[in-house]
Design a protein around this ligand. Sequence first.
Ligand code: DP6
Length: 318
Amino acid sequence: MKWFAQAPANLALIKYMGKLDPKSNIPSNASLSYTLDHLCSFVELEQYDGAEDIWQPLEYHDCVALELAPAAISRFLAHLQCVKNYFNCDDHFIVRSANNFLSDCGLASSASSFAALTKVAVMACCDLAKREVPTIYEQAKLSQLGSGSSCRSFFTPWALWSGNEIAAVDLPYQNLLHMVVVVDALAKKVSSSSAHQRVSSSLLFIDRAARAEQRLEHLVHKLQMHEWEAASVIVWQEFWDMHALFETATPPFGYMAPGSLQILQAVREVWCSQGDGPIATMDAGPNVHLLFRSDQQKLYDDLKLYFVTDYELLSMSF
Ligand code: DP6
């Protein structure tokens, strides 16, 4: 028997960085994300009579061929085991997965792949045990155990994850345009899971949760009031805060590349010259994510052309 599920990536505007409990991925602070419905992971499970679960790349439409490092495969299969334990399932599966975007370079592939794996594993375990599929909330909580940010991918378009609570949140701007300027598509040297541990050595981490919580409150308020520019300023401060944690950890590490700074500077110039612009943010990688309101289609098209011609970018997806 085979099962299939897909799940989208999500982009945090207030970041999950630092954990209270690394075992169950309880975050140090609440986070807010926008779900990127066009960036997806696809996971297929096939029941088989081998002695253990195995992973293989999935060939699926025009997805990028996925190559997972042994550690990433073990982590993926460990999460499958965790879901199986939850449902007392002792069957074995061939797990096949694919992304329709680059993985491992700060494009949130762990969120979508763990969310898709959780969904498909829940489906398979419940089918085999002939029991009802649990609520989306319960599935999101299970997914959090595999990768924290994946719990936000169960809710769209806005998700708020705070401590043990995860839910969709009703905010304006339900149809944002998204562009990611891929400055470097190479796998990142420090994974986000390791970044979560390492940031605690930064002196800036002492007040980090308070800063993030305060920004979250302000951001939600500004979005509710349709104050796009004020929202963009908060999001800008937030990703720089996270990157400052990286750079002030002992030992320091970082993801910012010359190309990232060029893109950010171009975004700042757009804001200065036009009095309007996109929301920019970066995750644990050098690539820059831009969000545009649906009435900013022209700016979106102009920037797309501008980045392609003026910068040596590897590629752009949107
Ligand atoms: C920088 O969810 O990848 O993207 O729970 O260890 O799997 P684990 O970490 P992960 O962390 C994501 C960090 C981030 C910010 C965010 O998405 O909120």
